[in-house]
Design a protein around this ligand. Structure first.
Ligand code: PMP
Length: 424
């Protein structure tokens, strides 16, 4: 699929191009007016997908959309979040609305450190930098680590906005092949030896877009490869706490082989609400300090009042109980999707059964093109995201990503009945 430039049109024509008679008498003469300089060349490194335009049509209320990567809004703890904001604005409005330190609210960092420690990753508050969503952590890492032309290895397929971020940094993104269990360690080893990467970016648990989880043996192999070849690992973990079945797999950041070179990215977006724009980064000291400097230049610090409110929420409420409720709702939605897929997809299709997260990854029989079929799906008021744009290597046109989070089981069943009419 040909990429479409992110920035749609060149700047407006300079006034010199207009007929002199159309200008007011007071305007400058053509000789005084120079065109503005062009936009930065780095914008050329980043593509946006034409699929976006089709998906813009799915905002209609009658559309059952499996396309978005959004958490279910009816599951946000509105009451608890409102109470937390109320409390900080009542008890300490001066500090909640004041400038603060770049590293982030100490109470919030304490609470995040305690949560990570309970998950098996011993963490102190000072190991953490609060970020404006985990998306900002990606930008900070790119600023701190990537010279133009530096090699970043990514899973193929990979989260799109990470690819954009590395593209903006002028990095050379090199795809590493994956299978049903995620990144293939032998391929990683071979590619790392050849490409001398600075960074490997992975989403080991309930990956976006595939929903796959990297088993422990592969995590160990990835950590050993990082140590052997000397690259950093960015472990992006926005979905790890959304496990419905099976046992948690240890975080890559805790494996001894690469503990000194792994950065963990976490987020409140999927367990509380993405509008808070709160994430965090846990990194070895040298890299964390570099990210602090990069963040000073980017936004000084993340919103003080939002950090204080979430710190207060974590103190007064039970986030684990809230997440347990989300997990139960998402499990029912995932099951509705898995129940409906056999009748919805044509004979010979394949799909996975993720143990958590937000996405199922499906592949239509060879020769079918999920991008070409999307307009017909949207006509029938159902949507998905074609898989092709997520690949930085050779795209698989038959693949698609189905999100099961934002509709009830009954709506999911109806959406899949509509899809059946398109696909079969
Ligand atoms: N990483 C991945 C893998 C994601 O899927 C997303 C958002 N969907 C993000 C990072 C960004 O999340 P945040 O809201 O924390 O910036």
């Amino acid at each position: 699929m040909p990429p479409v430039a992110l920035v749609p049109e060149p700047a407006a024509q300079p006034a010199a191009a207009q007929p002199a008679t159309s200008r007011p008498a007071t305007s400058r003469s053509a000789a005084d007016v120079a065109p503005t300089p062009p936009l930065a060349a780095r914008l050329g490194n980043v593509a946006s997908s034409p699929v976006r335009e089709i998906l813009a049509l799915t905002a209609r209320p009658e559309v059952i959309s499996f396309a978005g990567g959004l958490p279910a809004p009816e599951l946000f703890d509105m009451e608890g979040i409102r109470a937390a904001y109320e409390a900080v604005l009542t008890d300490a409005p001066g500090s909640a609305l004041q400038y603060s330190t770049t590293e982030g609210d100490p109470g919030l960092r304490e609470a995040v450190a305690a949560r990570l420690t309970v998950r098996g990753l011993a963490t102190a508050a000072d190991d953490l930098l609060v970020t404006t969503g985990s998306q900002q952590a990606l930008t900070l890492l790119a600023t701190a680590l990537l010279e133009p032309g530096a090699v970043v290895l990514v899973e193929d397929p990979c989260y799109l906005a990470a690819l954009q971020c590395f593209g903006f940094a002028g990095a050379r993104v090199v795809p590493v092949p994956t299978d049903e269990d995620g990144i293939i360690p032998e391929a990683l080893d071979e590619i790392a030896a050849r490409e001398k990467p600075v960074l490997l970016y992975v989403i080991p648990t309930f990956q976006n877009p595939t929903g796959r989880t990297l088993p422990l043996a592969r995590r160990t192999a990835v950590a050993e490869a990082a140590a052997r070849h000397g690259f950093w690992i960015a472990e992006d973990d926005p979905y790890g706490e959304l496990r419905f079945d099976g046992e948690p797999v240890p975080l890559l950041a805790g494996l001894p082989a690469a503990a000194d070179r792994t950065v963990l990215l976490g987020s409140f977006s999927k367990v509380m609400a993405p509008g808070l724009r709160l994430g965090y980064l846990r990194a070895p000291a040298v890299l964390r300090r570099a990210c602090v400097i990069a963040k000073q230049a980017a936004d000084l610090h993340t919103s003080t009042v939002d950090q204080a409110a979430v710190a207060r929420y974590l103190r007064d409420r039970d986030l684990d109980a809230h997440v347990a409720g989300m997990r139960a709702a998402y499990r029912a939605r995932r099951d509705a999707m898995l129940d409906g897929l056999p009748a919805a997809l044509p004979e010979g299709s394949r799909w996975n059964r993720p143990e958590g997260g937000m996405f199922v990854w499906a592949t239509l029989p060879e020769g079918r093109d999920a991008t070409a079929l999307l307009p017909a799906a949207v006509d029938r008021n159902v949507a998905y995201v074609p898989g092709a744009p997520f690949f930085s290597g050779t795209p698989d046109p038959a693949s698609l990503r189905l999100s099961f989070t934002t509709h009830t089981p009954a709506e999911i069943a109806e959406g899949l009945r509509r899809l059946a009419m398109v696909f079969t």
